[in-house]
Design a protein around this ligand. Structure first.
Ligand SMILES: Cc1ncc(COP(=O)(O)O)c(C=O)c1O
Length: 436
């Protein structure tokens, strides 16, 4: 790479060596394949990451979402340093899980009882089991483009092409990965999101245990629910004896202290929380009404996990949740988001880039090559992803790390100066891709 730009050779060599010992040199399929190559990091502070080549990068990955307080916040660091003197892990109850659960029940409108686990994927599985037990029904509806973790039974139609996806009104189930149990979709129905008529029609058959959705679709694009969709989905679920599950792995604590359910004023039956719940510690949770969650209490529904409510992770959860009760936290996060979004909008306009932008507190989506705001997964299929990937490459060469799928995660550590600097890099990067 030219001398004027950052160099990532040490990371490249590291991945080359680690590939001899670690499968693919990484520990998640979603960490491979970035241009110029997957990076290795040595430390993080605020909105910055320091990589193995010594590059200080402004980061908008935020670890795929969790690091909403920025990297290495001192309040969490200090609490963990103190906590580690008391223990690491008991595989049993400790005081912080109770404090954390009380805080969640206060913050989240639909939450009366909480169960902790260690990842969003696991929490999703627990929620589906709970819903099936509560309704004595088996079918689960999920939506094209929505992601609910990497387990077989929900890894359907995450990113199908149009041909495989089939008819919009009755989409095919499209597996994501080799090795996926072909029967794991037997009780899954995939529908297009944001179309209430199609959802109501399928629910009316009366055999659906649960409808699971990201309340705003942040894994494919950044698509808000159309007016009234969530309310009508809830109503139809209730009418047909089905439960509504909000997978708030991304939206939780980000859109508002009470997540998307507060932001859109709608109470799901079950909520999945993860990522911003503990700013980088492996914590997730399912929550719901006392009545529903009691199925776990009386042992009717089995839910286990050696590392659930791990001692230090619960300290981090408490320390992270403390931020969300602060009056200004979400206003501040939203102001930063709007500032960046408006800056991006202006630059895209000035540089005549055909693009769409959407934003929610702490999250922005940008896509190139389409003009109209997408409303569902299929509207994203005309995005110019190749151009966007080239743009990310130009950005990282100039010191700003952005996700190639168009998502930007913003933390409270992204100061106005950092955001202004980012916008100037965006301008330079766009000029560069136009000249290439
Ligand atoms: C909406 C949603 N659900 C579930 C998951 C899976 O969470 P985890 O990676 O913690 O297993 C993710 C991860 O990105 C997600 O965005």
């Amino acid at each position: 790479m030219s001398d004027n730009y950052l160099n990532f050779d040490k990371s490249k060599n590291y991945i080359k060596e680690s590939s001899l010992h670690l499968a693919g040199g990484v520990n998640s399929s979603f960490r491979t394949g970035m241009k110029p190559n997957a990076l290795g990091f040595v430390s993080g502070e605020g909105a910055y990451l320091l990589d193995m080549d010594g590059n200080k990068l402004i980061d908008y990955y935020l670890g795929m979402g969790p690091m909403i307080l920025g990297y290495n916040p001192s309040s969490i660091k200090k609490a963990i340093q103190k906590g580690i003197e008391e223990g690491i892990f008991f595989g049993a109850q400790s005081k912080y899980e109770l404090i954390a659960a009380k805080m969640i029940n206060k913050l989240l409108p639909s939450s009366e009882l909480v169960r902790f686990c260690t990842s969003g994927s696991e929490a999703v599985q627990a929620s589906l089991r709970l819903a099936r037990a509560a309704t004595r029904k088996n079918i689960v509806i999920k939506f094209e483009g929505h992601y609910h973790g990497w387990f077989d039974n929900v890894l359907w139609s995450n990113k199908p092409n149009l041909q495989d996806a089939g008819r919009r009104e009755k989409p095919n189930l499209v597996a994501w990965t080799d090795g996926q149990d072909s029967h794991s979709g037997d009780s899954i129905v995939v529908l297009p999101w944001n179309d209430i008529k199609i959802l109501e029609k399928r629910l009316s058959k009366g055999d659906v245990a649960a409808v699971i959705m990201e309340p705003a679709m942040c894994n494919s694009g950044g698509i808000a629910p159309v007016n009234g969709y969530l309310q009508k989905a809830k109503k139809s679920c209730k009418k047909n004896g089905s439960l509504l599950i909000f997978d708030e792995t991304i939206t939780g604590f980000r859109f508002a202290p009470g997540g998307a359910q507060e932001f859109y004023s709608i109470l799901p039956d079950i909520t999945i929380l993860a990522k911003a719940i503990a700013n980088g510690f492996p914590v997730a949770a399912i929550t719901g009404s006392r009545k529903l969650m009691s199925l776990l209490t009386i042992g009717k529904v089995v839910h286990g996990g050696t590392y659930n409510s791990q001692f230090l992770s619960m300290i981090a959860t408490v320390k992270t949740l403390e931020y969300y009760s602060r009056n200004n936290f979400h206003n501040d996060l939203n102001e930063k988001t709007v500032f960046l979004r408006e800056g991006l909008e202006k630059v895209f306009f000035d540089e005549k880039i055909t693009s769409v932008l959407s934003s929610f507190p702490g999250f922005i989506f940008c896509g190139f090559g389409i003009k109209n705001q997408p409303q569902e997964y299929r509207d994203l299929l005309n995005l110019n992803t190749e151009m966007y990937i080239s743009f990310c490459f130009e950005m990282i060469k100039r010191g700003v790390r952005t996700l190639e799928r168009g998502a930007w995660f913003i933390s409270i550590e992204h100061s106005k100066e950092i955001l202004e600097h980012t916008i100037s890099i965006v301008k330079d990067s766009l000029k560069a891709i136009k000249n290439n």
